[in-house]
Design a protein around this ligand. Sequence first.
Ligand code: PMP
Length: 359
Amino acid sequence: SRLTRADLDALPAYVPGRNVADLARELGIAEAVKLASNEVPFGPLPGVAEAVARAVTESHRYPDMGVVALRDRLAQRYGVDPDRIVTGCGSVALAEHLAKATCLPGDEIVYSWRSFEAYPIISAGVGATSVRVPNTPVHGHDLQAMADAITDRTRLVIVCNPNNPTGTSVRKEELDRFLSQVPSDVLVVLDEAYREFVTDEQVPDALKTYGDRPNVVVLRTMSKAWGLAGFRVGFLVAQPEVAAAIRKVLTPFSTSLVAQAAALAALDAEDEVIRRCSLVISERERVTEALHKFLPDVPSSQANFVWLPLGDAAVPFGAACEQRGVIVRPFAGDGVRVTIGTPEENDAFLAAAESALTS
Ligand code: PMP
């Protein structure tokens, strides 16, 4: 007899990036560099620490469960009605709630693979079947194959744009065609965790372009460009009826008091966010160009990371970088994802990469 579900035994666990202090200790160096979790490398935005300190005085109280102030502020910033916004403990929790709100055991969730590692975990959590559609040879979504993979059991299709971990993105023309093929009773999630780093004008901002479609939900996070990974704030924009259904399955009070306060303060510092994103974007272009000298297949990235399609060399490459004090994210047999850090961190990575790839 067993207490937990047998099908979970085979499910790979979510693996967080390696601890940077542990690696520094192991190597006996002052500081290691972590480029493994797609965080933005700058400290808290101006005003965030103060807002959190103020919120802490109320820490014996539950937060506002309706998240009214933050939803109003997001509604104003993104030009949508607050009824259409749901916040959560990171956008990954919202993706989980979306699966709960749409799928019964045996239903299907279609997504591209390789993509965000949480998708298979979320699908398994609700007993849904993951339908993984292989990426194109140039590491992007194959939207036609994804549309073709939809069956009567499909409840959810997830398009990760830009895609984690390959950095590739789908353009408006392709998405328009794809969305016109998806049946109206299948929900399409456009996961735009990295939207703020997009510079290609042909990659649509889903909130502006598809926000009014009844079966589209746009997922955003404040963990990346907004620098709040540690506070766990994500939000989604859906039609009011869809948002209402998602609210029913939310873990109560899951956007914490400090998360709400930090998010409001971050939204007041958008000028600084834009400045920081421009630095990340210019570093992304510099790193990509430098990598192209010895790895011409690195796809052009629209996110705050780059993908090195190294196949079986991915794990040894990751280990070689670690030996040089740089933590990256290898995916066995496939490739390595490297987050864009500060210029100095990126230089440390490029030096490690060059010596690993040319030795
Ligand atoms: N979606 C994608 C594509 C991601 O890469 C991530 C973070 N790795 C998330 C969602 C979740 O981010 P968070 O839960 O921090 O909002």
